[in-house]
Design a protein around this ligand. Structure first.
Ligand SMILES: CC(C)(COP(=O)(O)OP(=O)(O)OC[C@H]1O[C@@H](n2cnc3c(N)ncnc32)[C@H](O)[C@@H]1OP(=O)(O)O)[C@@H](O)C(=O)NCCC(=O)NCCS
Length: 217
């Protein structure tokens, strides 16, 4: 998928917290304020308090043809569980992309992705399924964001970088270039702390912080 997708008949957003409400903003900016949407939570205690918000517990969800879903919570295990349950309903996933996103026609977006306001995705960027790109993040040419990767607000990833599955980059982190013959790789489930500057590969399951980024655990 290289362009903003067509509007769903109804959008189900898993998560009713900050990320869910932001996803609703991006979706309505993309598809119009009249877009009908419902927040989905996995337990009744997470239903938003107060009226005026349409919300449902996952087990009670009864989608119709043309409805779509997206997951908008930070926890990857919760995203995985919700994604499996939502896909099992037969609904297709959505791609929620704020209209201010500068999305190259030569970038590829998977399903159940959220690309927030002000992000830039350059040529040759591959965004796999279930990835979140938060506000103002930029991803330069030929990068790959593997499934369930998260870029927090204001992350900058230079060209030829692979962000591993479930990797998390904290707010304002930067990653320098890899090269065409060898991408700089952030390993699966790695964590890059807010404000870090990554100059070399990051090991899987490790946490790096600082400028330049050093392994902290
Ligand atoms: C990386 C992060 C996840 C680590 O959190 P944590 O596991 O609770 O780690 P701790 O706070 O115990 O810190 C461990 C060490 O790393 C250091 N550290 C943590 N974050 C750091 C940062 N951003 N820059 C430099 N050092 C940092 C701590 O000072 C601590 O050092 P010490 O062992 O010498 O005392 C967290 O600090 C962070 O940066 N989160 C980003 C949050 C964010 O951007 N959220 C946006 C959501 S959309």
């Amino acid at each position: 998928m290289t362009v903003a997708p067509e509007s769903p008949r109804h959008l189900y957003i898993f998560g009713a917290g900050g990320q869910g409400r932001e996803a609703a903003w991006f979706a309505r900016a993309a598809w119009g304020v009249e877009l009908s949407l419902t927040f989905v939570v996995d337990e009744a205690r997470y239903l938003p308090a107060g009226g005026g918000v349409s919300a449902v517990v996952l087990d009670d969800l009864r989608p119709r043809d043309g409805d779509r879903w997206v997951t908008a919570v930070g926890s990857v295990p919760a995203r995985r569980r919700a994604q499996a349950a939502l896909a099992a309903t037969g609904m297709a996933a959505a791609q929620v992309v704020h209209p201010s996103v500068d999305l190259s026609a030569l970038a590829h977006l998977g399903d159940d992705v959220i690309v927030a306001a002000g992000a830039v995705l350059s040529v040759g960027v591959v965004v796999e399924d279930h990835v979140h790109v938060n506000v103002g993040s930029t991803v330069s040419h030929d990068c790959v964001l593997r499934e369930y990767a998260t870029l927090s607000p204001g992350v900058h990833v230079a060209g030829w970088v692979e962000v591993g599955e479930e990797a998390f980059l904290g707010t304002g982190a930067s990653v320098i270039n890899g090269s065409p013959d060898r991408r700089l790789v952030l390993g699966a489930r790695s964590v890059v702390a807010a404000g870090a500057c990554v100059l070399a590969d990051v090991a899987a399951d490790a946490m790096y912080a600082g400028v330049p980024a050093q392994r902290r655990r």
